[in-house]
Each structure stands twice: as structure tokens, then as C-alpha cells.
Design a protein. Structure first.
Length: 211
């Protein structure tokens, strides 16, 4: 026999439907005893591998919407008094229904934990990438700083070399200028001597002619 869909959903999906189709509870008898506590099911013999997966089954009863709910869920939905009354008149849910609801909830919890685990792994991977990118950026910045410092040192050395070359060129220019002036004076003196010699020679020739 197929189970109603709402039986598998349990309280998490059936609450809204129950809220919309809620009917007045049956008033409890003043002498109604507290709801009996269903003894916990004994776990069947299981291997060591699946023993950890076994969860003790909690009692559920069928509400008007067809869903199977625990005593606490009755109280939470109807309130303390009405919930207790509805619980007392509710039919006990078949064990396979309770198992199905519990399995659905277990699967949902497992899916949530799996999603959280994947989210954490993704976040850790992103943090690792950011840290690696930060280290790479720091290394690039350090290399750029070292290159700039090297360039600055090389430029300072070139500037000093250019200054020395300029000073030496200036000194050579001054030396050459002094030598040129000295040569000019010597040439002028030599030209003056030649003029004097030529004048003397001319005077001697004139004296010979006159004599």
C-alpha cells in the first residue's frame, strides 16, 4: 500500500497545510492521564559498520492532515492543552511511517551537513588562493622594489661618472686654451722678429745702393 505523501513529509512540510485546515480539538477529560511514553525500540542486531547509523525511533501519531507527528510537535502546533488532547485521541502512526519520516529528516540533515562541508572546503580553498595571491603580490612588490633600488644605484653611479667626465673635459679644454694662447704669443713674437729682420735687411740693401 502506498503511503500518503504528507506522511513522508512529517512536521517540516505539513505544518502549513495543517495550519490552513486546522479544526477545533476534542476537549480532554479532566481525569485524562498524561500521554503514555512509548518504550524505545530495541535496536535489531546490526554489524559494526552500520551500528552507528541506527537511531532509536520516536513515537509519532497521525493528525487530521494525515501527517505523522511527535508529542512535542503536537504541543508546539496546538499549544499545551489542545496539543495534549489531540495527542490522546490521535491514532498511533505505523512504524513504517515513522521510519519513513525519520529517514527523510535524516537525509535532509545529511544533505545540509554535506552542503556545509562543501561550503567550508570552498571557503578554505578561496582563502588559500587569496593567501597565495597575497604572497605572490608581496614577492612581485619586493622584486620591483629591488629593481628600482638597483636602477637608482646605477643612475647615481652614471651621474658620478658623467660629472667626472665633464670635469676632465673642462680641464682638458682649459689646458688646450692655455696652449693655444701660448702658441699665439709665440707666433706673434716670431712674426715681430721676422719684421725686424726684414727691416734690417732692407736698410742694409739701401746702404749698399747709396754707397
Amino acid at each position: 500500500m502506498k503511503l500518503p505523501f504528507l506522511l513522508l513529509l512529517g512536521s517540516s512540510a505539513g505544518l502549513h497545510f495543517r495550519q490552513a485546515h486546522r479544526s477545533p480539538p476534542v476537549a480532554p477529560s479532566p481525569s485524562s492521564p498524561a500521554p503514555p511514553v512509548r518504550p524505545q525500540h530495541e535496536a535489531p542486531a546490526r554489524s559494526a559498520n552500520d551500528a552507528a547509523e541506527y537511531t532509536e525511533l520516536e513515537e509519532r501519531r497521525l493528525d487530521e492532515d494525515g501527517g505523522a507527528y511527535t508529542y512535542e510537535e503536537f504541543l508546539r502546533f496546538y499549544g499545551e492543552d489542545d496539543g495534549r488532547a489531540m495527542w490522546l485521541v490521535a491514532e498511533e502512526a505505523p512504524e513504517e511511517v515513522s521510519l519513513a519520516v525519520q529517514a527523510v529528516r535524516g537525509d535532509a540533515e545529511a544533505s545540509k551537513q554535506s552542503a556545509l562541508s562543501r561550503l567550508k572546503k570552498s571557503a578554505y580553498a578561496k582563502i588559500s588562493e587569496l593567501r597565495s595571491a597575497g604572497k605572490l603580490a608581496a614577492q612581485v612588490a619586493a622584486n620591483a622594489t629591488a629593481a628600482l633600488e638597483k636602477t637608482a644605484r646605477e643612475f647615481a653611479g652614471f651621474k658620478e661618472w658623467a660629472a667626472r667626465q665633464s670635469a676632465e673635459a673642462e680641464e682638458r679644454a682649459q689646458t688646450a686654451e692655455a696652449a693655444a694662447e701660448e702658441a699665439q704669443r709665440a707666433a706673434e713674437a716670431d712674426a715681430s722678429g721676422r719684421r725686424e729682420a726684414e727691416a734690417a735687411a732692407a736698410a742694409a740693401r739701401q746702404a749698399c745702393i747709396e754707397g
